[in-house]
Design a protein around this ligand. Structure first.
Ligand SMILES: NC(=O)c1ccc[n+]([C@@H]2O[C@H](COP(=O)([O-])OP(=O)(O)OC[C@H]3O[C@@H](n4cnc5c(N)ncnc54)[C@H](OP(=O)(O)O)[C@@H]3O)[C@@H](O)[C@H]2O)c1
Length: 247
């Protein structure tokens, strides 16, 4: 196994930085590594994280975000050692997870693909050209266990499941392409566990209290897992405790 090449990131980029888990990950990273440079991308004006923080307001679902995100990264003194892409959607005011085939609509599937896949694809397209062979690099996409095809025994949630399964394939492909270009490269998808954020709020009723985690708890676990990763886990879908899940 590799000797934890990603355990002290000097620069961390968090995308979808306005989200519940993203904000907690940023706080956790700032706490563990006060000297690390924090870069954030969000649709809004972004959090205020002090002197070593730079923010870019961007809609990553749009194709022109690729050039804008790349320009933002090229302006920085430090290149990200970690990228944690947190963008995702499960519901909005008019749509929720489908219980049956009849409830599926083209619009919501396409919107789910835009937010759950294109935001990750576009950021990867922005970051890819900046990677260097001898600079260790870690990419983590927040995905979901329900995006695992092998683990799906319940059905339902068509648009979320399909879009997260597509995200998982993107992550697997990236791990192969970037693994050829970068010596110490690890690219994973990670399931944060059911976390008390706006995304899970309408669906928390049937969750046992001890299975609904605070954003701080989930962020701490995710950062623990990322810190310990090496090339051997690249191309995996991980549970929040680091266990490898079936695709
Ligand atoms: N909470 C859970 O129980 C749970 C469980 C499994 C997986 N996850 C995954 O964990 C990730 C973070 O979720 P969360 O719980 O922190 O949810 P959240 O608080 O609702 O945050 C969602 C994130 O997605 C971004 N986003 C939403 N719509 C977008 C759009 N149209 N274009 C670009 N960005 C968009 C937001 O970025 P902005 O900063 O731009 O607003 C925000 O960071 C998601 O990928 C989710 O699928 C969560």
């Amino acid at each position: 196994m590799d000797d934890q090449p990603h355990d002290r990131p000097g620069c961390v980029l968090v995308a979808g930085a306005g989200g519940g888990i993203a904000r907690a990950i940023l706080a956790e990273v700032a706490h563990r590594w006060p000297d690390a440079t924090l870069l954030t991308i969000s649709r809004d004006s972004g959090p205020d994280l002090g002197g070593r923080h730079r923010h870019c307001s961007l809609e990553l679902a749009q194709p022109d975000s690729v050039a804008a995100a790349r320009a933002f990264l090229q302006e920085q003194d430090a290149a990200p050692a970690w990228v944690v892409q947190c963008c995702g959607v499960l519901h909005d005011d008019r749509h929720g997870p489908e219980k049956s085939l009849e409830q599926c609509t083209d619009d919501w599937l396409l919107e789910s693909m835009r937010t759950n896949v294109l935001t990750h694809l576009h950021l990867a397209q922005a970051v890819g050209p900046l990677l260097q062979k001898r600079r260790p690099f870690l990419w983590a996409s927040l995905s979901a266990k329900v995006g695992s095809i092998g683990d799906n025994g319940l059905g339902g949630w068509y648009s979320y499941r399909m879009s997260k399964a597509a995200l998982n394939m993107l992550v697997r492909n990236l791990s192969i392409e970037w693994g050829r270009r970068v010596d110490e490269c690890c690219v994973v998808a990670i399931h944060p566990g059911t976390t008390d954020t706006a995304l899970s709020k309408p669906f928390q009723e049937n969750i046992a209290p001890d299975k609904l985690y605070s954003p701080e708890t989930s962020a701490g676990r995710i950062v623990d897992v990322l810190q310990g990763l090496g090339r051997d886990k690249s191309g995996s879908l991980l549970f929040w405790d680091g266990e490898v899940l079936p695709w």
